[in-house]
Design a protein around this ligand. Structure first.
Ligand code: SF4
Length: 167
């Protein structure tokens, strides 16, 4: 269950790809906090050379998948919390406050992406859902370094794939 920045499913035919093709594609990406980046100069720099200051949800080189759902939710909570803190900050120049303020657009984009991922999860049957939960737990353990894949260490909450409908 992979998604682009708009929450559009990608890799629907992933099963049909040869293993070598998976490996070739994996070489051309680098981990970012909520997914992966395929921007060549950033990949070449090991994720240290983003030309747009890590605005991944607005970038065509960004990919995410269902295992990042808790991180996307944590990111949204962070954006909302930061916005509240900035609104109440007094000893900060207006320009600095303005530039540090998370934009409504970014908040809306993250919210929409989370919604799309949850909608796709919601379409799964009980068995598929259980399989995804299991796969996500393994992927996140590996990502957190328990299995040790050499990926950047990013603190991540435990997976919670419960789908909560709001309407
Ligand atoms: S904003 Fe784009 S180029 Fe920068 S790290 Fe994110 S995906 Fe890569």
């Amino acid at each position: 269950m992979h998604f682009d920045r708009h929450g559009k499913r990608i890799w629907r035919q992933a099963k049909a790809l040869l293993d070598s093709e998976h490996a070739r594609r994996a070489i051309g990406e680098v981990a970012v906090p909520y997914g992966v980046c395929t921007e060549p100069s950033n990949v070449a720099a090991g994720g240290q050379d983003c030309p747009v200051r890590f605005r991944c949800v607005g970038c065509g080189h960004f990919r995410t998948d269902v295992s990042y759902l808790p991180d996307l939710e944590a990111y949204l909570a962070d954006l909302l919390r930061n916005r509240e803190r900035l609104l109440s900050a007094v000893d900060v120049d207006d320009w600095a406050k303005r530039e540090a303020m998370p934009s409504d657009e970014e908040i809306a984009r993250v919210r929409r992406l989370i919604g799309r991922v949850k909608t796709e999860l919601d379409k799964l049957g009980k068995d598929e859902h259980a399989q995804i939960r299991e796969a996500v737990a393994i992927v996140r353990r590996a990502r957190n370094g328990v299995v040790g894949l050499g990926l950047p260490r990013i603190r991540q909450p435990l997976p919670d794939l419960r789908v909560e409908r709001t309407a």
